[in-house]
Ligand binder design. Structure first.
Ligand SMILES: Cc1cc2nc3c(=O)[nH]c(=O)nc-3n(C[C@H](O)[C@H](O)[C@H](O)COP(=O)(O)O)c2cc1C
Length: 212
């Protein structure tokens, strides 16, 4: 079956995309707006977009639930301050991450509400989620508005903190034990998440391809 996207409404287009582009990593985004109001929310339209500069991209949609087509708190704060942090989400943090997506009124600090411990970032004002194995400190690099009050946040990663428990050395080179972090990603449908516990290894080849 072929779906002509121009004949579908936004909800149908969303369904086709999020049920097929999986797994998607989850950015647990923390902001602090101009008044010092903190906010935490998850975003799975998220990925790395190169390393020179080191960019991450996050799509933040309109807030149709709470403000009826206004900006989500995360987007408002990022545009106000130009700063945010991202935590990667482990299996043990997953429930709190989902709870932090609640459509809480503006001014509610989900970190306080859910008892999520934080620690200071080194280069930006919003704090880091303390339990996360990896956190990124980001400065807004560019905002691409796709519709009113929604768009793609490109953030330059200015610092990365990785829990020492997942760092090692092999033949003098830094080794990051990502599988041990037990990260989750968004899966098909509402409410389903991927675990990274089942992997396959396929090594890249050099040219010429004499053994395939
Ligand atoms: C796992 C997960 C992934 C989500 N991904 C996105 C996303 O990529 N973009 C988006 O706009 N909202 C996404 N949401 C919804 C937001 O987290 C939700 O609208 C939240 O209330 C926004 O909070 P804020 O207004 O405090 O910024 C996601 C929710 C969950 C649970």
């Amino acid at each position: 079956m072929n779906f002509d996207m121009s004949k579908l409404d936004a909800a149908e287009r969303y369904k086709l995309l999020v049920n097929t582009i999986t797994p998607r990593p989850v950015a647990w985004v923390v902001t602090e707006d101009g008044k010092g109001q903190r906010n935490a929310a998850p975003y799975s339209f998220f990925n790395a977009m190169g390393s020179d500069p080191a960019l991450v991209a996050i799509f933040i949609g309109r807030d149709d639930v709470r403000t009826r087509a206004g900006q989500k708190d995360s987007l408002r704060a990022i545009r106000e301050t130009g700063e945010f942090t991202v935590a990667l989400v482990t299996e043990s943090d997953a429930e709190k991450m989902v709870l932090s997506a609640v459509d809480a009124p503006e001014g509610v600090d989900e970190l306080d509400l859910l008892g999520i411990a934080t620690k200071p970032a080194t280069m930006v004002t919003p704090p880091l989620i303390a339990s996360a194995p990896v956190t990124y400190e980001c400065r807004l690099w560019q905002f691409i508005e796709t519709t009113t009050n929604a768009g793609i946040v490109l953030g330059e990663v200015v610092a990365i903190e990785i829990d020492d428990r997942f760092l090692g050395e092999e033949n003098g080179r830094l080794r990051i034990d990502a599988p041990a972090m037990k990260l989750v990603g968004r899966a098909h449908g509402a409410g389903w998440y991927w675990r990274g516990s089942d992997q396959i290894r396929i090594d890249r080849k050099n040219w010429p391809l004499d053994e395939v």
